[in-house]
Write a protein that binds this ligand. Structure first.
Ligand code: DX5
Ligand code: ZN
Length: 236
């Protein structure tokens, strides 16, 4: 039996899509205090996905409230014009969907040229081959385990196979001297499936409703963040 993947450090990225937008500063401070590694920031344009959320102004507004990286997930088309705006607004990581950019290599370079880490996002049916010729420009590979557009959807089980395949590609790249690439998963991550997801190869787990839907009595998120880490630690 092959050993399950053990990330050197599991990163948890609460998605503020499920936060209380009327108290966003407080919400991001609370997740940082609870040990969140990244703030996951979902940008939807009612064009690439059938929903409309937040943009660079909101990124700029939350930036002073946290030290942890802001992980901007662009579900927008076209992509390029927003990159300098998010970089200026304090984004640390910017990922986009390859179907939404005419020139994927150029968009990845644009993100890095603006001082951010760059990543590609794969919808459930998008083949991993989109990464093959741009591996050297990737800091993050994000696999969607739901169709993008909404929080609170169920994890698509086929994503576990896709995670293993992406893990193998990334490991082969790093073993042949390539730079580090983090493998991130987004959609339907819960306390009861996170151990399986991490064992299949994820380094970073996004969790929206699982985190913001389970506040502590004082409005913090310490219990749920611990509950998300516990099954992974137990399986080590
Ligand atoms: C979906 C978004 C996700 C979403 C995840 O398009 O990209 O980041 O917030 O939410 P949950 O964890 O509730 O599935
Ligand atoms: Zn997302």
């Amino acid at each position: 039996m092959s050993a399950a993947y053990l990330p050197p450090q599991l990163r948890i990225a609460p998605s503020i899509l499920s936060a209380d937008f009327a108290r966003l500063g407080e919400e991001v401070r609370a997740i940082e205090a609870a040990g969140a590694d990244w703030v996951h920031f979902d940008v939807m344009d009612n064009h690439y996905v059938p929903n409309l959320t937040i943009g660079p102004l909101v990124c700029e507004a939350i930036r002073p409230h946290v030290q942890i990286p802001i992980d901007v997930h662009l579900m927008v088309e076209p992509v390029d014009a927003l990159i300098p705006m998010f970089a200026k607004a304090g984004a640390n990581i910017i990922t986009f969907h390859p179907e939404a950019s005419r020139h994927i290599d150029r968009t990845l370079s644009l993100i890095r040229d603006h001082g951010c880490q760059a990543g590609l996002v794969f919808n459930p049916a998008t083949p991993l081959s989109f990464m093959d010729h741009v591996m050297d420009k990737l800091d993050v590979v994000l696999l969607m385990s739901v169709n993008p557009g909404f929080g609170g959807q169920a994890f698509i089980p086929e994503t576990l196979n896709k995670l293993r395949a992406a893990r193998a590609k990334i490991d082969a790249h790093m073993q042949s001297g390539g730079q580090k690439i983090l493998l991130e998963i987004d959609g339907g991550v819960k306390v009861d499936n996170i151990a399986q997801i991490v064992a299949a190869g994820a380094d970073v787990c996004v969790a929206g409703t699982a985190v913001f839907g389970a506040p502590d009595a004082d409005g913090g998120y310490r219990d749920v963040m611990q509950a998300l880490r516990a099954p992974v630690q137990l399986s080590l």
